[in-house]
Design a protein around this ligand. Structure first.
Ligand SMILES: [Mg+2]
Length: 220
């Protein structure tokens, strides 16, 4: 494996989804109906192809779910899900050794990237890890969510690397690992118990394990 870059998923990979969910419990209780509807819409969006205009389709599907006009639905998505969600994130710490791992990769000459299914830039600033990435991909802007190939192709294009040269790191087997592997990228899976038939190149529980594994592979 001749690695030139490492690309990370953000949610559930750089910080704990469980911590996030605990912090967002009052928010979730208050908006349970909207949250459930939005989750259904996002699931549907992962399956629909082709998509002409991602945000318009998302608003239309959400509008249908909650019985609102598409413009009201778009407004709710922006204020409730994108903005308020970010405020919850302010109280959630990064996983241990994320920073050290990312720094070690950079010092080893690897390019760094992130790709998230939600808008990326503000999120990175809130998490205190902005300005260190060669590429920041909001998958929505490619028109498709993971595990569709477009977000991964956008990463490869931005990094100007071949698929085999970019390790994708994520916590979702179906979205991250399967999505990356389908376009020929190696994948590392953050997981407590990997599936027995996992196609990930590496599974890990702690960032120190990922760091050792990647650094040991450089120059191979
Ligand atoms: Mg994730």
């Amino acid at each position: 494996m001749s690695l030139k870059a490492v690309a990370f998923d953000i949610d559930g990979t750089l910080y704990s989804n469980t911590r996030m969910q605990l912090q967002s419990l009052p928010f979730a209780v208050r908006h349970i109906r909207l949250l459930t509807a939005f989750r259904r819409v996002r699931q549907e969006l992962r399956r629909v192809r082709p998509i002409e205009d991602f945000h318009r389709l998302q608003a239309e599907l959400f509008a249908r779910e909650i019985g609102e006009t598409p413009s009201n639905a778009a407004q709710i998505i922006e204020t409730v899900f994108y903005r308020r969600w970010e405020r919850v994130l302010e109280r959630v710490p990064l996983y241990p050794e994320v920073r050290e791992t990312v720094d070690a990769f950079r010092n080893a000459g690897l390019k760094l990237a992130v790709a998230s299914d939600f808008p990326v830039q503000r999120k990175l600033a809130i998490l205190g890890i902005e300005g260190i990435w060669q590429c920041e991909v909001s998958t929505e802007e490619t028109g498709y969510l993971k595990p569709n190939p477009e977000p991964f192709y956008a990463l490869l294009q931005c990094l100007a690397q071949q698929p085999a040269e970019v390790l994708y790191v994520g916590n979702s087997y179906h979205y991250d690992v399967a999505g990356a592997k389908a376009v020929g990228m190696p994948a590392a899976h953050l997981v407590c118990r990997p599936p027995s038939d996992s196609i990930a190149d590496f599974s890990f529980r702690h960032f120190a394990q990922l760091r050792r594994w990647v650094l040991a592979r450089l120059g191979e």
